[in-house]
Ligand binder design. Structure first.
Ligand code: FPP
Length: 237
């Protein structure tokens, strides 16, 4: 079966998992796993763009990840900064718009600065949106949305009757984007881990046993073919 480019998922979310286990298997330290994982990020972003995916959301750092040992958090921030700087022109050349979902303000200032530069360089790019979920947690996102709506009610800009599903969606980090059609998690774990909980209501889920540093374009294509075989009913018959 060939991939049908007319029936691609518009939005793919990926929970990139298994860097640490990959490193352990190779008797390397965890940071090496993240380094190789960054290379996979590069190749999968390129692949998604080539295949014609419109929105790619990568879970790169969760709100819970701040609890990891200090040196690991530091290494992840450094890799992130390196990625943002080294891929800036590539993203722009390929018309990929960088967007951050999550608490950008909690990231180190130097990382925020490089992110802002790349966001502004790619702001007119319209072939694909690359959402990097950084210091992201879905419960925090929903809480923040509820606070925003409550503030508007306090200011009499809204009434409680105006609270609809669309209004809630519009107050999330992903406002104006379609919900993910497909969520992939690597490393064989069957969990959403606080990723896009509201948006995932009707997402197809695919669990791959591959550890993230070994994830490839070829496997990505096979998963997209698997997605195209699924019967999506959205709760209907
Ligand atoms: C999960 O592996 C992965 C992460 C917590 C971070 C993902 C980060 C990268 C892929 C690299 C840097 C990001 C970018 C965007 C360049 P894990 O450490 O939880 O693995 P384990 O479960 O096997 O320990």
């Amino acid at each position: 079966m060939n991939l049908d480019s007319e029936r691609l998922p518009g939005h793919v979310g990926i929970i990139m998992d298994g860097n640490g286990r990959w490193a352990k298997k190779k008797i390397m330290n965890r940071i090496k796993g993240h380094e190789y994982g960054s290379d996979t990020v590069r190749s999968i972003v390129t692949a998604a763009r080539e295949l014609g995916i419109k929105v790619l959301t990568l879970y790169a750092f969760s709100t819970e990840n701040w609890e990891r040992p200090k040196h690991e958090v530091k290494a992840l921030m450094m890799l992130l900064k390196k990625y943002i700087i080294s891929q800036r022109l590539e993203l722009s050349k390929n018309s990929i718009r960088l967007n951050i979902i999550g608490q950008k303000h909690r990231l180190p200032l130097d990382v925020q600065k490089e992110i802002d530069t790349t966001i502004s360089l790619t702001k007119e790019c319209d072939k694909m949106i690359l959402n990097l979920a950084l210091s992201y947690g879905a419960r925090e996102e929903i809480t923040f949305a509820v606070q925003n709506i409550a503030r508007k009610i306090e200011l009499n800009e809204l009434s409680s009757k105006d609270i609809t599903q669309d209004l809630i969606s519009d107050n999330l980090y992903t406002s104006s984007m379609p919900d993910p059609d497909l969520i992939i998690r690597t490393s064989g774990e069957y969990r959403l881990s606080n990723f896009l909980l509201w948006q995932a209501a009707y997402s197809e889920i695919y669990i791959s046993n591959t550890l993230w540093p070994d994830f490839s374009k070829e496997e990505f294509i096979e998963i997209l073919k698997n997605f195209q075989k699924r019967d999506r009913r959205f709760g209907k018959v």
